[in-house]
Design a protein around this ligand. Structure first.
Ligand SMILES: Cc1ncc(COP(=O)(O)O)c(C=O)c1O
Length: 374
């Protein structure tokens, strides 16, 4: 027993839901545990086809391509669609799968300041002043997983129309668990069915590994099926995974899903309130991701070391995942956390930080410590 778990991405607590477990077991009984091949060969099943339809309907999109992981979906959508002469314009904090896909696809990579749509516009204008021919993929996330903040998607999509570019939004952390109807920031910003390409992961809210790309254009879907390597040459989701995710979508869309989102959000607000009361500050807007500010890497590491001993499982995040000097403890909230879990976690974090600050002061008093910067 390590302690109370604030490091899981199972935001709606569906991974242990009885209906999810029953679906996985029934499907394994019927189909076994294996996926027979890549989706381009015989890897698709009636479950994966039904899942594609379900996601398209949920997001008001027309076509969906499934991937074995969310990472593969992010990498695959960028590498699959971008040719070497094309351009990629990307929020500088976009996830590793998108960054890696971009580096693999083209050297014409332009990063814009986090959430800064004006900066993005300037880049697009400069590209189009010189190059009217080649494609531009603009990439951002619905909810950034280290800062819990979100771009203005309507403005970004309008910029894409203006400069003949295509928008991709990664909704790994908000789809299913944010917004009254679970459509995440795309729903909250009234952009359902209006973003050109939506990419996501099932490993957060949807109780399984896997990922998807949803698009409006049949040509994009067909292209990805055959030129996006992880969708073409990697084994498909197993029937049990596809059936489990399908069941998770059903729950997410139901009254029970609505209640679970309300519970999760109540927990998030309660955690943020209690952290504030304990003198602990955090980044961003209310979401399942609550990153508590530590600042120096030295302090964050000393805090992190204590957390496990005291009984709290939460992730230390430091450079290069976040900028130097902006280390943090990332807490991830689930629907089935209790008020007691939250109060306990805050007490531990406050104690760990107070003790770590004393230790750091002591270390500095004895001698300046290399790598333990203030
Ligand atoms: C924003 C974002 N996109 C994609 C992924 C990759 O998803 P997966 O872990 O399901 O492969 C992650 C994983 O943490 C993520 O945070």
């Amino acid at each position: 027993m390590l302690g109370v778990n604030f490091a899981s991405q199972d935001y709606l607590s569906l991974a242990s839901h009885p209906a999810i477990k029953a679906t996985a077991i029934e499907t394994i009984e019927r189909c076994g545990v294996h996926s027979a091949g890549s989706p381009a060969l015989v890897g698709n099943t009636s479950y994966s086809v039904a899942l594609e339809r379900k996601i398209a309907e949920f997001l008001a999109m027309d076509h969906v391509v499934l991937y074995p992981t969310g990472w593969a979906a992010g990498f695959g959508v960028v590498k699959g669609l971008v040719r070497s002469a094309d351009h990629i314009v990307m929020d500088m904090l976009a996830h590793s799968c998108l960054q890696e896909g971009a580096h693999a696809a083209s050297t014409n990579l332009h990063l814009f300041r986090h959430l800064d749509n004006e900066y993005c516009r300037n880049i697009l204008a400069k590209i189009r002043a010189k190059d009217k021919e080649n494609g531009i993929l603009v990439i951002t996330e619905g909810l950034f997983s280290m800062d819990s903040d979100t771009p203005d998607l309507a403005v970004l999509q309008a910029l894409c129309h203006e400069f003949n570019a295509t928008l991709v939004v990664d909704v790994a952390h908000d789809l299913g668990c944010l917004g009254e109807d679970g459509r995440g920031h795309i729903g909250l910003q009234n952009m359902l069915g209006k973003v050109a390409i939506v990419m996501g992961s099932f490993s957060k809210t949807f109780a399984s590994n896997g990922g998807f790309v949803a698009c409006k254009s049949r040509a994009v879907q067909e292209y990805l099926r055959f030129y996006s390597a992880p969708a073409t040459f990697s084994n498909a989701l197993s029937p049990a995974q596809a059936a489990t995710i399908l069941k998770a979508f059903e729950i997410v869309a139901s009254a029970e899903g609505h209640a679970l989102r309300r519970k999760m959000l109540a927990n998030v607000l309660s955690l943020r309130r209690e952290l504030k009361q304990a003198g602990l500050d955090y980044y961003g807007d209310p979401s399942a991701i609550v990153c508590v500010k530590m600042g120096s890497e030295g302090l964050a590491r000393l805090v992190s070391r204590r957390l496990i001993e005291l009984g709290l499982v939460a992730n230390l995040v430091e450079f290069p995942a976040v900028p130097k000097g902006a280390a943090r403890i990332r807490m991830q909230v689930m629907a089935n956390h209790s008020e007691e879990n939250i109060a306990y976690a805050v007490r531990i974090l406050a104690t760990a930080k107070a003790e770590a600050e004393l230790e750091l002061d002591e270390l500095r008093r004895i001698k300046p410590v290399k790598g333990v910067a203030a």
